[in-house]
Design a binder for this molecule. Sequence first.
Ligand SMILES: NC(=O)c1ccc[n+]([C@@H]2O[C@H](COP(=O)([O-])OP(=O)(O)OC[C@H]3O[C@@H](n4cnc5c(N)ncnc54)[C@H](O)[C@@H]3O)[C@@H](O)[C@H]2O)c1
Ligand SMILES: [Zn+2]
Ligand SMILES: [Zn+2]
Length: 338
Amino acid sequence: MKVLVCEAPGELSYAEKDLPVLKKGEALIQIKRIGICGTDLHAYEGTQPYFTYPRILGHELSGEIVDANGADGLQKGDNVTIIPYFNCDKCIACRGEKPNCCVSMQVCGVHIDGGMVEYLKVPHNALIGDKDLSLNQLALIEPLAIGAHGIRRANVQQGEYVLVIGAGPIGLGVMEFARIAGGEVIALDINQSRLDFCKEPLNVTHTVNALEADVVAELNRITNSDMPTVVIDCTGSLKAINNGFNYLAHGGRYVLVGLQKGEICFSHPEFHKREATLMSSRNATRADFEHVINALKKGLIDPINYITHRVAFDHVKTEFKNWLDPANGVIKAMVEIA
Ligand SMILES: NC(=O)c1ccc[n+]([C@@H]2O[C@H](COP(=O)([O-])OP(=O)(O)OC[C@H]3O[C@@H](n4cnc5c(N)ncnc54)[C@H](O)[C@@H]3O)[C@@H](O)[C@H]2O)c1
Ligand SMILES: [Zn+2]
Ligand SMILES: [Zn+2]
């Protein structure tokens, strides 16, 4: 089978590999869609923590079961997506029903080889499908589940202001699930075309361009001087994350969905006087995937319009670097195989 390997930062090459051999508890999937995410782009740039090379990228996947090999409730021919966070089932986090932050986490396409392949074997417990969803919808579930999980961490309540910093595909998912939870979403970014996308088609009422506005003044105006009770970083920019502390209401929660390599720095007195809560949000659980599937089926979200670029597997090597350039307006690039 054909695979695409990221040999080193900036270097992709196609290779031939043997078909995977299944063990007990594993199924074989013919990969049909691969969503490209910031993690893949940053791995290619060499700026992503947790990466070693060579690595086969790709974790936003959908495809058809070729051999279910006894998977519960699934059979050959079913379309599925995968929950790409392969956890150990033994550690403190797994025992505590937080497999999404397993001590020995192996994310498919990050710590171990992923889905830029024609056929992938995956553990049965990583499979999730729904016959009413298309291959494109299935491949979009994972990034949306990251957003659903961040909102569950934040425990967003009806009517509260939720400031989402960063309107990339992850931030967009966070905004959608904040809205579904009843939050009043405010989108903050430095990229106007992404903020325009928040307005239409996402219908986000409040958008703020950090390059043009006095952000604190604008947030005061929008929230009647309360400031947002929930702030969620989805930029992965150290500067944006540090600034985020200044936007928090007294008693508020700050959730870091975005990830970067450096050390966060904030004023202890400012944090203390707010009695603020800081938390990270890592990956997602099966419950988050199910929440996304329900939202898709009820029509509460329609993420197909996130897909701005479609490309055949054979052209990924040449197209990949173009997706890094913000001028190309990529929100979600989707690779199509077979
Ligand atoms: N929690 C998780 O498990 C998880 C999973 C996937 C991705 N991530 C992380 O989520 C983050 C976002 O991913 P993405 O794919 O949407 O990335 P992206 O790069 O497409 O989007 C980031 C957005 O942040 C904006 N931004 C950058 N600096 C800013 C600033 N100073 N102020 C305001 N906005 C700013 C950019 O203009 C961009 O629109 C990344 O850090 C990624 O690593 C986390
Ligand atoms: Zn992703
Ligand atoms: Zn574990």
